[in-house]
Design a protein around this ligand. Sequence first.
Ligand code: ATP
Ligand code: MG
Length: 140
Amino acid sequence: MASERTFSIIKPDATKRNLTGAINQKIEAAGLRIIGQKRIRMSQTQAEGFYGVHKERPFFKSLVSFMTSGPVIVQVLQGDNAVLKYREVMGATDPAKANAGTIRKEFAESIEANSVHGSDSAENAKIEIEFFFKPEEIVD
Ligand code: ATP
Ligand code: MG
């Protein structure tokens, strides 16, 4: 598999607990390179747009409120098979079901406050990266 890019968010529960470095260490240890990164406060409009696919789900309002509750780190990760590799490094959505050694098993607080986001396909990665980054903010 050739090099590809994925989009990551270090969520408010993690930035609040000073886990940015610990999470980045796991990302880099997996062979993924952080080629774009910035700390932002997500607006309600951005959060609603980003999670638009979930807008009919019962947890949507709570998720938008959580994602705007504190700073997040948005990132572009690059490496072989980056989308799938990062999903493996993150672990299952529900930390109780995540494998040992994954970010969510080690750090997540709950199924909602689960420390990280990662794109679920290369197509969505491209859309999500363009949602948060200008081309010149990505340096590979
Ligand atoms: P992400 O898209 O953040 O990488 P994911 O693909 O593992 O996570 P999704 O099903 O896309 O999970 O859900 C998006 C996010 O919505 C989850 O990461 C989590 O923060 C929140 N979420 C998912 N399911 C629930 C739930 N049952 N209750 C509360 N929040 C949830
Ligand atoms: Mg998802």
